[in-house]
Design a protein around this ligand. Structure first.
Ligand code: AMP
Length: 144
């Protein structure tokens, strides 16, 4: 299965982004409202400036207390963002996320972000693939 197939199966309403100049309080509110675990920081919605995960906010609170919530997203985000291509296999994305220990990957095409996948998306895809394989094998064995 390819990343492009996951992207197509998700709601086509664009990737949720936040300005690097927004505050961590704004970011926490957005993550809670949208029920997501990370948000891409971007000025224009397509060029990736960084990624901010709920873990980054928790780390800052643990270090400096709630005062950090008035700091900018740019102060806590990860700037060296790993992405994937729509033509990559889902297994490769899963390997990257596992090896690098993060759960989100922007999907990039010609330097622009066209989607974002989470480890949950990839695992759900993998489970339905396994289910299909199981049904096919059961059918072969039982002679359906
Ligand atoms: P996550 O597991 O995705 O919630 O993120 C864990 C840590 O990895 C946080 O510090 C994120 O800023 C960072 N992170 C998340 N996704 C990526 C990515 N695609 N590339 C680089 N860093 C990331």
């Amino acid at each position: 299965m390819l990343i492009s197939q996951i992207i197509r199966s998700k709601p086509q309403d664009g990737v949720i982004t936040i300005s690097p100049d927004a505050t961590l309080a704004d970011a926490a509110k957005l993550l809670a409202e949208k029920r997501i675990g990370a948000v891409v920081a971007s000025e224009d919605g397509v060029k990736v400036a960084g990624i901010l995960s709920e873990r980054d906010i928790v780390r800052e609170i643990a270090k400096r207390g709630a005062d950090c919530l008035q700091d900018k997203v740019s102060s806590a985000m990860t700037r060296n963002v790993f992405g994937c291509s729509p033509d990559d296999k889902t297994d490769v994305a899963l390997q990257t996320m596992t090896a690098k220990r993060f759960r989100h990957l922007p999907v990039m095409e010609d330097g622009k972000m066209i989607g974002l996948i989470s480890i949950g998306d990839v695992v759900a895809t993998k489970l339905s693939e396994l289910e299909l394989e199981k049904d096919a094998l059961t059918g072969m064995i039982m002679g359906y």
